[in-house]
Design a protein around this ligand. Structure first.
Ligand code: PAF
Length: 278
């Protein structure tokens, strides 16, 4: 696996890969890779493309009350995982490369970036969209792979790619879960043993709502009951909502492409999850 840490090295490595591969696939990450990230790389590699993965903990998507320094980092472990999945090139830029001195440009996505995570984490999607636009410009992939776990992020990136006419395809990959249903996340490691035991209640609550809404029941009562049940288990519920899967606008009942989304805090860890209906 090639490793690039500067833009000239990245450009040379991408040119080299392009000479032999019919397509370049890209998996952007912030490191601390788990089986969910590995599944993105595996999907990209299985598509036959030469696969590039980036590791960059993006300061712009962290709010003032979110602890950037606490974000888990494990470069040797991450590089080993990428290589094991067949990644051809790891791109590890530093902050000065991504945000040159005097930088004055950011990408603001409205629509799907408003509400939910957009309300809870002001400017989070500004940071995500900006860094993704930069990474896409650097790597120039034919397709980029994103986990469905961050459903709203996936829709924000799709909207940005459509609106900025960027020449790549965005591929969503299904969430990887533990046996008890908990969605994999780099933040799960911060759960205490007691919190870890309770955490799968989040997806179970979503599944309960999905069943009722899928049978045609209006969403309001099942959503309110799910919020109350989660609060009773000790979650600080931010939202549990039924939304249009593309625009993230709230829905009152099931509709084609509908998605159930949730965010709730357990101790110091904010968990998010989502499922489709049916
Ligand atoms: O999902 C993530 O890990 C990050 O938001 C991403 C897409 C790598 C941008 O920093």
């Amino acid at each position: 696996m090639l490793i690039a840490r500067t833009l000239p090295d990245l450009r040379a490595a991408c040119l080299r890969l392009r000479r032999h591969a019919e397509a370049l696939a890209f998996v952007p990450t912030m490191g601390a890779l788990h089986a969910g990230h590995r599944s993105l790389v595996a999907r990209a590699v299985a598509s036959g493309a030469a696969t590039v993965a980036s590791i960059f903990v993006n300061p712009l998507q962290f709010g003032p009350n979110e602890d950037l320094s606490r974000y888990p980092r494990d470069e040797p472990g991450d590089l080993g995982a990428l290589e094991a999945e067949g990644c051809a090139l790891a791109w590890l830029p530093n902050v000065a490369t991504m945000y040159p001195p005097g930088e004055a440009t950011a990408v603001l996505v409205r629509g799907p970036a408003e509400r939910w995570e957009g309300d809870a984490r002001p400017d989070h999607f500004l940071g995500v969209a900006t860094v993704c636009a930069k990474l896409f410009g650097q790597v120039r992939p034919d397709r980029a792979y994103f986990g469905e776990k961050d459903w709203q992020q996936l829709q924000v990136v799709r909207r940005m790619v459509t609106d900025l006419l960027l020449p790549l395809e965005i591929v969503g990959v299904e969430t990887v879960r533990e046996d008890d249903g908990l969605a994999l996340s780099s933040r799960n490691r911060f759960l205490t043993a007691a919190e870890r035991a309770v955490a799968p209640a989040l997806v179970r609550a979503l599944r309960g709502v999905a069943e009722r809404v899928g049978y045609g029941e209006p969403a309001a009562a099942p959503l309110a009951e799910a919020r109350a049940a989660l609060a009773a288990k000790g979650f600080g519920v931010d939202y549990v909502a039924l939304v249009d899967g593309t625009t993230l606008a709230p829905l009152e009942r099931d509709a084609p492409g509908a998605r159930l989304i949730a965010a709730a805090k357990l101790g110091s860890v904010r968990l998010i999850d989502n499922i489709r209906i049916g």
